[in-house]
Ligand binder design. Structure first.
Ligand SMILES: O=C1O[C@H](COP(=O)(O)O)[C@@H](O)[C@H](O)[C@H]1O
Length: 259
């Protein structure tokens, strides 16, 4: 039977002097993976987060990558999305569109935004159905190890409370083991209605980058990269991230200051 625990994870922790250096390294890392996966399988599936990640990706849409990356082969997904209209200031799609997608020629048919006309429950069902359709069409593979869809690269951020995607420490949906996409209507961080990939999907990725910058994340980074224990409570969601292939933490000096 398929297990939801990846067979092995290689974890790398990269520390940089500044957020600017993280942005430079993240652009090269992503462009190199793009070349590798397009050569290997003809496409590159990238899962975006919202938050500060999009700004840290800024170097990827500059020279030399703007012209050297084969954007026509990229497929874009969201690890989580706020259930608001796509042109709403809180939308992760809008954030990515402004800071990244509008600057490079990824075909619009390869950009998988949520259906913003649906309720959170229906939007999660709809996104999961669309992923299943992509699997049936052989556009997305399934992991032999976990039985969940296998994306090439997940680009994740983390909140000071240890949440990743929209999987929050105090909410039960973080423990979902069967669904690919789930939802929440009472997110502790606004806006309350959100959909999110589940851990089995996140952890089935070939590569995961945890992109963590800023002093407000130093304590949580220490927990995540230490023994993973928060005294008196269950492990934080950020401690549950483990790629089927390789997990790379990109930290600036401030985020790494308590390691
Ligand atoms: O609400 C969210 O928060 C996390 C972390 O965001 P950041 O601003 O602290 O970087 C983000 O990864 C997620 O996609 C977003 O919806």
């Amino acid at each position: 039977m398929a297990s939801t625990t990846p067979a092995k994870t290689k974890t790398k922790v990269l520390k940089f002097d500044s957020e600017e250096d993280v942005a430079v390294a993240l652009a090269k890392y992503t462009a190199d993976l793009s070349e590798k996966y397009i050569k290997q399988k003809g496409s590159f599936s990238v899962v975006l987060s919202g938050g500060t990640l999009i700004d840290t990706l800024r170097k990827l849409v500059e020279s030399p990558y703007k012209d050297s990356v084969d954007w026509s082969k990229w497929l874009i997904f969201w690890v989580d999305e706020r259930v608001v209209p796509l042109d709403h200031e809180d939308s992760n799609y809008l954030l990515a569109w402004r800071g990244f997608l509008s600057k490079v020629p990824i075909p619009t048919s390869n950009i998988y935004a949520i259906n913003d006309k649906k309720s959170p429950a229906d939007a999660a069902d709809d996104y999961e159905e669309r992923l299943k359709h992509l699997v049936e069409s052989k556009i997305l593979p399934i992991s032999d190890v976990t039985g969940f869809p296998k994306f090439d690269l997940m680009l994740l951020g983390m909140g000071p409370d240890g949440h990743v995607a929209s999987l929050f420490p105090s909410r039960q949906h973080r423990y979902e083991k069967k669904r690919w996409v789930t939802f929440i209507t009472d997110s502790p961080k606004p806006p309350p209605p959100r959909i999110t990939f589940t851990f089995p999907v996140i952890n089935s990725a070939s590569e995961i980058a945890m992109v963590i910058t800023g002093a407000d994340l130093a304590d949580t980074t220490k927990i995540a990269l230490g023994d993973g224990q928060t005294p008196g409570s269950t492990p934080l969601p950020c401690c549950e991230v483990s790629a089927e292939g390789e997990l790379t933490w990109f930290l600036d000096k401030d985020a790494a200051s308590k390691l």
